[in-house]
Design a protein around this ligand. Structure first.
Ligand SMILES: [Zn+2]
Length: 477
């Protein structure tokens, strides 16, 4: 970690993003173009994301399993829209063990096909339903333009795949998992996402309806942070996922899939990060609290260190680190942990010890405003309260930033100006032509149609015809 300043976000947002990832040691570039190495600190963040999501998946009745990395090429070809959507991004294995393979194998870009194939073997009767399975794993999509965490050839994620007896149940599942993602994003990551439905153009290849959580990044671009798809009977028909109903009639299942990936780390970096580096939400931060003892002599050291150890023990319910390095100054340590986004710093100097207090500094609120003193008595309880307050304040700050950058344009010209530096919440006729026209003119795409729609939707801001939905237009990652 060097002490050279980061480029500011206003100066060069993209370079700021790349340097934060490197200097906070979240990830590094791999020798293969477009691949990344997730470093231990980045992986610890991903593990925290996994932990919170996995708990929610299990609480809603899902189990984890593992399906193979390789999928026969013919499987993908069974669902027409699916193969059209994914074929430009496929990595294909044609040689194995030195032999030309009889059938090329695709490195999974997603697993609907192979899981659909297995479900057709496992599901026989309505008594076997619903099947509620999730898998944690990696997938490969051969992207041409890559950015660490946001778009890499290989990435890590979870993909849920469920099969149901009725359409209504499958739709309810799709919406339930959208709610799970929304709850996770807001209550664990302090990322104020907007849930909604994707347009026909933007939906998943092979889905009837796709739902998304969309987040606004610090440069006002949108980021799709998680998706939940209602697949209807498309995959059930392609893979003959069928069951005998109570009346002994053969029926096709209704299926769903839903996923959230390491891309979400990009969402955390760009929602909360500032010009000093990463700012991590306390409930996901691999290190929630760093304790920095401050001393200038052996005598001071002898006074301060036992208190630092005592504080670390008192806070054992949290993820705490005592930075007892002697080769660097406290100032260096402050910058170092600020770059890594540790939500709370506890400083303990000789004066603090004399006064029976510690000084705390909140990462999201730099300078004096974020500092205060806490009594050593009952420290754990006080720190718990402070971390909750930090979560709330980070969520509030991000929500205010988001709302300040969403505007409702009344004309097409206003729409184009708005999406240059923010999101447009606009009336839309639902037509693909209007969507394409906006994209062509501004690079902005429709992000989502919020679930709560007003009664009176007005007229399409592009063509003037009656609108069918209010939709967010924005440039996106
Ligand atoms: Zn229109």
């Amino acid at each position: 970690m060097s002490n050279v300043k980061l480029p500011s976000r206003s100066e060069n947002y993209s370079e700021w993003y790349n340097q934060v990832i490197q200097r906070a040691e979240l990830a590094d570039y791999a020798p293969v173009r477009g691949c990344m190495v997730v470093r231990p600190y980045g992986w610890a963040l991903w593990e925290a994301i996994q932990r919170e999501l996995d708990q929610r998946f299990k609480a809603t009745g899902h189990s984890n399993a593992a399906f193979p990395l390789f999928i026969p090429m013919s499987f993908l070809e069974k669902e027409k829209e699916h193969v059209e959507g994914f074929s430009p991004e496929l990595a294909v294995v044609t040689v194995g063990g030195g032999e030309q393979l009889e059938e090329p194998l695709v490195v999974r870009p997603t697993s609907e096909t192979i899981i659909g194939y297995m479900y057709s073997k496992w599901i026989k009767s309505y008594r076997d339903l619903p099947v509620l399975i999730n898998q944690w794993g990696n997938v490969v999509r051969w992207e041409m333009r890559t950015r660490m965490f946001l778009r890499t050839l290989e990435f890590y994620w979870q993909e849920g795949h469920t099969a149901h007896a009725t359409e209504a149940e499958a739709i309810a599942e799709t919406r339930q998992m959208l709610d799970v993602y929304t709850d996770f994003a807001i209550n664990e990551a302090a990322v104020p996402v907007i849930p909604g439905r994707k347009s026909e153009t933007e939906k998943f290849a092979g889905a009837i309806a796709s739902y998304t959580i969309e987040a606004m990044m610090g440069d006002t671009k949108a980021l799709q942070a998680g998706t939940s798809h209602f697949l209807g009977q498309n995959f059930a028909k392609a893979f003959e996922i069928q069951y005998l109903d109570a009346g002994n009639q053969l029926q096709h299942c209704w299926t769903t899939s839903w996923g959230l990936s390491t891309r979400f780390i990009g969402a955390i970096i760009m929602t909360h990060g500032d010009d000093q580096g990463l700012v991590l939400p306390p409930r996901l931060a691999p290190i929630q609290i760093v304790v920095v003892p401050i001393f200038r002599s052996d005598e001071e050291r002898a006074k301060v260190m036992p208190v630092a150890d005592q504080v670390s023990q008192a806070l054992s319910a949290f993820r705490v680190k005592v930075d007892d390095r002697t080769e660097v100054t406290p100032g260096f340590k402050f910058n170092d942990w600020e770059m890594r986004g540790v939500p709370l710093r506890i400083e303990i100097g000789p004066k603090d010890v004399d006064n029976g207090v510690v000084t705390i500094a909140r990462r999201y609120l730099p300078g004096k405003a974020g500092k205060s003193a806490l009594a050593l008595d009952n420290l754990a309880q006080q720190i718990g309260v402070v971390l909750d307050e930090i979560h709330d304040a980070m969520l509030d700050k991000a929500t205010r930033f988001r709302d300040a950058n969403i505007h409702e344009p009344n004309t097409y010209a206003e729409l184009l100006t708005t999406v240059e530096n923010g999101w447009a919440y606009a009336s839309w006729c639902g037509g693909k032509d209007c969507e394409a026209k906006v994209k062509e003119a501004s690079k902005a795409t429709t992000r989502c149609m919020p679930l709560d729609q007003p009664e009176d939707k007005g007229v399409c801001v592009v063509c003037g015809k009656p609108a069918t939905a209010k939709v967010y237009f924005a440039r996106a990652y």
